[in-house]
Design a protein around this ligand. Structure first.
Ligand code: EPU
Length: 420
């Protein structure tokens, strides 16, 4: 991948209108559902971002025919004969490649794959996924960085999985491996983030029998086979939240964000209001108006419906604009702090003590900063937007993994920005 740089001029005012794209973290597992059927799957509102394109490439290597109509944001996926060797460096480039493992286990294939990659802002284990694959009858060994999956005695009995901690990826993988089975499966302590619900919704449309019994249990009654389906992907709550926070950081903002689903943004809206930002809700859009200094906040990051970990790094930058100190505690990824060094480079007064980030009022100054990972990258954009002078951001390609049409959307809000 080429190394992209971006230059951004600090500003004191944002004004304009943008529209939110389809959800990245829903699209990825929805695409992988194509492995579970030999019928056609059509996905609508698919964002044109590099993570989606990389996963499409991997799916082609597995034997799925993928056609992506970028202008219509529509993707056609049709599984042909499954290829079982995922001996590709591409697996290493994207975290969501673990979904392909789950889908191949669901199809009861023997295969070999490398470790999933993706944003490495902290240690991101896949032990829950591996345990689940083993419990349906797989032997998994490691050899020279390859994981070798061998089907042993397939478990056809009713099964209960209890997740030690809520995990989006592990919940979706357990759903995949349970939908086509001769028995029933219960998942205790599943993740019920909106992205997981999208996967459940699509699989049920494909003929699966998945029910959320209460807020702590998913029941899956196995079926013989799944059909094709057409599915419209929800808008990206994290992309929406990123631009809402950008508007909160700049001194004077008056922006409109269209194509948002407000129920998914409740805690983000509440946080903006706690900071002192004026938020106006319409049916499918939101307006952010700000011309007062921010107040410091104390925010604990946890699972949905709490404030999302994917917005924690961006919120940290916003809090440098508050006149009183803020404290952020990310209980999902306490070590997701790659952005802190970048804020400090821009003369921000931020420190990490144990599992908390302490943020003090700072006047950021333009400098050269580095996008270590996707959300750190958007946090760097917010640093650039509020720092005095012209900020250069390195390693911008990681931001394009998850934000569709990033440069045009930022320009539409009035930012002076150039990609090199
Ligand atoms: N965990 C384990 N073992 C596992 C799996 C998870 O210990 O086998 C722990 C993690 O270390 C973490 C917690 O469980 O502390 C939750 O992690 P989760 O499994 O939910 O994360 P994920 O499924 O790998 C997805 C998103 C992330 C997002 C997290 C949390 C995708 C492709 N990725 O990751 O999105 O941060 O859920 O909401 O959906 C991003 O978009 O920037 C991003 C990193």
């Amino acid at each position: 991948m080429i190394n992209l740089k971006l230059e951004i001029e600090g500003t004191t005012a944002l004004r304009g209108k943008i529209s939110i794209s389809g959800s990245k973290n829903a699209t990825l597992p929805l695409m992988v559902c194509s492995i579970l059927t030999d019928d056609l799957l059509i996905l609508n509102n698919v964002p044109n971002i590099s993570d989606v394109l990389m996963l499409a490439n991997l799916l082609k290597q597995v034997g799925v025919e993928v056609i992506y109509l970028e202008d219509k944001k529509r993707m056609y996926l049709k599984r042909n004969k499954i290829q079982i060797n995922l001996q590709s460096e591409d697996v290493h480039k994207i975290r969501a490649s673990y979904y392909i493992m789950g889908a191949l286990v669901a199809c009861r294939k023997n295969f070999k794959t490398s470790y999933p990659g993706g944003c490495s802002f902290t240690k991101r284990p896949i032990d829950y996924h591996i345990e689940a694959f083993k419990s349906v009858g797989y032997k998994i060994t490691e050899n020279n960085n390859w994981l070798i999956f061998k089907k042993k005695k397939i478990n056809n009995k009713n099964h209960i999985f209890r997740l030690f901690q809520k995990s989006v990826g592990a919940t979706i993988n357990i759903i995949y491996i349970s939908v086509i089975r001769k028995a029933s499966t219960i998942i205790k302590n599943p993740s019920l983030e909106p992205e997981v619900l999208q996967v459940i919704h699509l699989l049920n449309k494909m003929g699966a029998k998945i029910t959320i019994l209460d807020n702590d249990t998913i029941e899956i009654v196995g079926v013989k086979k799944l059909n094709g389906a057409y599915f419209h992907i929800m808008s990206d709550r994290i992309e929406a939240g990123s631009y809402m926070l950008l508007a909160a950081a700049v001194d004077k903002s008056d922006i409109k964000i269209e194509n948002v689903y407000l129920p998914h943004l409740r805690e983000v809206i509440k946080t903006l209001q706690q900071l002192g930002v004026n938020v106006r809700e319409n049916k499918n859009s939101i307006e952010i108006k700000k011309d007062f200094p921010l107040k410091g906040i104390q925010k604990k990051i946890s699972f949905y419906p709490s404030f999302p970990t994917d917005l924690q790094q961006i919120l940290t930058v916003v809090c440098t604009k508050a006149i009183t100190p803020s404290i952020i505690m990310d209980t999902i990824y306490p070590k997701r702090v790659s952005h802190v060094a970048e804020i400090v480079k821009a003369k921000g007064n931020v420190e990490v003590i144990h599992d908390k980030i302490y943020i003090y009022s700072s006047a950021l100054e333009a400098t050269n900063i580095y996008a270590h990972d996707l959300r750190c990258g958007f946090a760097c954009i917010v640093i650039g937007a509020i720092a005095k002078g012209c900020t250069t951001i390195d390693h911008v390609e990681v931001i394009l993994r998850g934000y569709e049409d990033l440069i045009n959307k930022l320009k539409a809000l009035g930012l002076t920005i150039k990609i090199m």
